[in-house]
Write a protein that binds this ligand. Structure first.
Ligand code: SF4
Length: 272
């Protein structure tokens, strides 16, 4: 396998690609190898655009650039910023700090892994000699389930790559999601909520094993030059997949609707 692997081009793998590879390899093929596009609903486009602008706003603020024009575009930007500064003042500390902490928004890291480049972009990284803290802004209306987020490749890959690219032990790194558009169901008031994930050696070892399994499997499929496997129809994923017709899975369920779109939670925010 090792010599054959050299014949393949080096490929980047992000958390979104790992997620797709884990859920349906054929969908990974359609999306990333064949580069076929999928439609998004207008409301999804709105959320993606809002999320992208919010990320840009946070990046400009971190760089010390004026944010008034962006913040004025939508009162919700200012509302989310105010909610965040109240709940997590750490996020708004000066970029240059007396304790020597390194902090950067939209911070990219890459680590070579068995013929692939594992790639992450942290919304905000705060790094000291004793700790590494990753922050991620989420713009879903409601926080995702904690158990599902713990298993999500974003959480796992981000913590894995930060550990592999620093001298920190797994126990010294953490990842915190901030759901910046979350509203209190009773009052309707915007109350951002966070979910923090700490890391440890056992989780790190497990992620490494799972990454070996996924990347080696992908390498074998690429070398075999055969279509990547489809997810079992019984899992129901094809019912809401935009590639159902292409995959000849359009008749697998009585509720199939050909004008389907990806699940909102599966759509990643786009960095402008
Ligand atoms: S239709 Fe089903 S098998 Fe085909 S890409 Fe979508 S989820 Fe995978």
């Amino acid at each position: 396998m090792t010599d054959e692997r050299l014949s393949l081009s080096l490929m980047s793998l992000s958390q979104g690609q790992l997620t797709l590879l884990s859920t349906c390899p054929r969908k990974f093929q359609h999306t990333y190898l064949d580069q076929l596009g999928a439609l998004t609903k207008p409301e999804q486009q709105e959320r993606l655009l809002w999320g992208s602008r919010f990320h840009l706003l946070m990046q400009q603020r971190e760089l010390g650039l004026p944010i008034d024009r962006l913040a004025d575009q939508d009162p919700q930007f200012q509302e989310s910023l105010t909610g965040l500064v109240t709940a997590e003042p750490t996020v708004f500390e000066p970029a240059i700090q007396s304790d020597g902490a390194f902090r950067q928004s939209e911070h990219r890291r890459t680590v070579e892994f068995r013929g692939y480049l594992l790639t992450v972009i942290f919304d905000l990284l705060i790094l000291t000699a004793a700790a590494g803290r990753i922050f991620d802004w989420k713009t879903h209306p409601q926080p995702r389930d904690r158990g599902a987020l713990a298993k999500d490749w974003q959480t796992r890959l981000y913590l894995y790559v930060l550990t592999e690219t620093t001298d920190l032990a797994p126990e010294q790194v953490s990842m915190t999601y901030w759901f910046v558009r979350r509203r209190d169901s009773q009052t309707g008031k915007l109350v951002p909520q966070s979910l923090r994930f700490d890391y440890n050696q056992a989780l790190h070892d497990q992620s490494r094993q799972d990454l070996i399994g996924l990347t080696d499997q992908l390498t074998a499929w690429r070398l075999g030059r055969v279509p990547l496997p489809q997810v079992e129809a019984s899992k129901g994923l094809c019912l809401t997949c935009p590639f159902a017709v292409r995959c000849q899975r359009a008749d697998d369920g009585p509720d199939f609707n050909p004008s389907v779109f990806p699940d909102l939670a599966d759509v990643q925010e786009v960095i402008l």
